[in-house]
Design a protein around this ligand. Structure first.
Ligand SMILES: [Zn+2]
Ligand SMILES: [Zn+2]
Ligand SMILES: [Zn+2]
Length: 139
């Protein structure tokens, strides 16, 4: 079984051709993708089925949704059946080139919620200037 097929089966999603295609695309790029980017990577798939697939993926914890303040982006979850904080990482959004990068080695700090609050997702986004843009500003 291929990696993307195994992931879907593990998370209780029937692996149809379209679903495998969307997940393979997300897994092939090491940064969160917007819907528009996914659409241009998958020109033969219609927009509504990409969107439906993403919603299904979210329900089954196949993907994480990342909000960089301008766009909702999607990336494959590398955790097991349920999402937990240890399979999430910090993201960096560059305010100059608008690129959102995965900082895989920067873990999300764990915060203590008051009693009665249960978290469903965490969006840990740092904004600033990426190394590429920083270099351009100097030079
Ligand atoms: Zn996850
Ligand atoms: Zn930049
Ligand atoms: Zn990421």
């Amino acid at each position: 079984m291929k990696r993307e097929e195994e992931t879907l089966v593990n998370k209780g999603v029937r692996p149809t051709a379209n679903r495998l295609l969307v997940l393979r695309t997300l897994m092939s790029i090491d940064r969160p993708m917007s819907l528009t980017e996914l659409e241009s990577e998958l020109p033969y798939m219609d927009k509504s089925s990409i969107f439906r697939t993403l919603n299904l993926f979210k329900e089954h914890h196949v993907t994480h949704e990342i909000d960089d303040g301008a766009t909702i982006r999607y990336e494959a979850c590398h955790g097991e059946k349920r999402c937990n904080i240890s399979d999430m990482h910090t993201h960096f959004h560059c305010e100059i080139c608008q690129e959102t990068t995965c900082l895989h080695d920067v873990k999300i700090p764990i915060v203590q919620l008051p009693e009665g609050y249960e978290s469903q997702s965490i969006n840990y986004m740092i904004k600033g200037i990426c190394p590429k843009c920083a270099k351009k500003q100097i030079g």
